[in-house]
Ligand binder design. Sequence first.
Ligand code: 5GP
Length: 190
Amino acid sequence: MKKGFLMVVSGPSGVGKGTICDILLRDNKDIKYSISATSRNKRPNEEHGKNYFFVSNDEFEKMIADEKLLEYARVHGNYYGTPKDFVLNSIDNGDVVILEIDVQGALQVKKNYPDAVLVFVLPPDFEELKRRLVERGTEDEETINLRMNNAKKEVEFLNEYNYSIVNDFIDESVDKMKAIIEAERLKIKK
Ligand code: 5GP
């Protein structure tokens, strides 16, 4: 049986990591996406149970207390966390599970699951990142500025990751991600 593993994908808001993951998942049945829980408000284009499990602050804190989360963090003022059972069952099943999570969460995963593979997606440059965030049109100016500041802080943690991908062209980034998965599947784990 193929060996399942955890793959953490981080990168600044708006960098395109969601699009890369969507394409990967569409083409590969043995790659699963971990749907996070969050206390942030749902955007108009989002669905509960598809993009996130949208919960209240209290519900999120109960999940923490009940140890239902593999990791969690406060990002841009809201709670975000990874439900544990789905991830661990999928790995046992031989699947690759993608966690699209922030740097704080990635560091927790790295500490608790040393075999996890950490990938950081970078923008070609920060002006381009801002342009993409503005173009997406889902955040107001204040939120965009907060996310731009966080992006600069996140990049400082690049050295904690195993791989980096500069997302210039989506198709190339998807191919790079596939190459990483293939190599990791073949790796002899010590
Ligand atoms: P957004 O609000 O744009 O959907 O996500 C904001 C940030 O939260 C992104 O950087 C994303 O990677 C991060 N994030 C999403 N889900 C999780 C999670 O389950 N855990 C952690 N630690 N971060 C998450």
